[in-house]
Design a protein around this ligand. Sequence first.
Ligand code: GLU
Length: 438
Amino acid sequence: MTVLRFAPSPTGRIHIGNARTAILNWLLAKKTGGQFILRYDDTDTARSKTEYADSISVDLNWLGIRPDRVEWQSERIDKYDAAAEKLKAGGLLYPCYETVDELDRKRKRQALKNLPPVYDRSSLQLTAEERAKLEAEGRKPHWRFKLDQKQVKWHDLIRGAVHVDTGSQSDPVCIREDGTYLYSFCSVVDDIEFGITHVIRGEDHVVNTAVQTEITAALSGAVPVYGHHSWLVGTDGKGLSKRLGSLSISAMREEGLEAMAVVSHAALLGTSDAIHPCADYKELVDGFDLAKLSRAPARFDETELGSLNAKLLHMLEWDAVKDRLGFGSEAFWLAVRGNLEKLSDAKLWHEVVTGKVAPVVSAGDREFISASAKDLPAEPWDSTAWKTWTEALKTSTGRKGKQLFMPLRLALTGLDHGPELAALLPLIGRDKTIERVS
Ligand code: GLU
């Protein structure tokens, strides 16, 4: 049984990059018939907010990602306490007393000597008396995990063979001076307890994986299989971080994009598959294979997402949209869907069909248009009414092609572009047609 998770910190809204991570984990869970857990990494109490957690849950729901289980790190502190005690007892979690300033000065001295800014473990050398003295002075320890300082190797689902030398890393702080935990420690405890089998996350976590692999081993847990996906970049090749507002999932929803367009885009970005609109999750799951993900940065292009959205709308059936639309009919939908970029554009065409339009008639077409009504066939109309009418007009006026069709379009819709008139005409109906051409 596979168990996967998406573990956002509720310190902001999720954007297309986070959603991509969530979707990849979700797809792997679905593909393998496993479980998907949503875990809020909310131990940073100063920055975590329930309103962000709520927005993440709304966004995921909109995207169609339904977790089998939801967990909050802030509710599991006793588990972290127990794990920390175990590591402390084994000497693998040790107290450190340096202040932020002292650490900063240490790093500056190292930089001067061209040494990497790795923590020198001086607190590990403290005797019990020295520690007691520091604590008597009012110093509170933060706690670091003692790394093994060796090569950690794994077969990464996306990057292939990876090795990280933890000897070139500082022992990570797991508990802050105020006693709160860092999520990376909690994450290990959770991943072990929830039986997480696979973790797909961004490549910014590669070093973290090496560190967490050592902590997992120290807690006698099973190390999950990892896959680190590349970052998203914009069309300019730069990171997306500066434009996160407009790339948030909520902004995309408010803008009226289709969830499935966002999901298809996020899931197929950076794969060897062409980005195309998937009708549903089933299609995505069927075609899903992590091996198709490239290691190169994936390019996110809002214009591409826009055209994907349009393509998706063009193939949606009436049943899939009627509740959201709240107006129109199947015939209306089939007539206009091919002209939409966003679902909300349908409002304009509904207005054109049922509401008032301001007919546009140029001086040279005035006579042609006002005389055109007399060639209108009798109702009931179907999709042949347009052909019958225009054939009759061809004969009576000698007009053809654009000269014939464009003045009619302008008079009937007030616009020089739009859905096929053969489809619109029966929706507009004879009375309105006569009204508009007169
Ligand atoms: N809360 C972490 C993040 O959002 C989770 C990383 C992980 O997947 O372990 O970066």
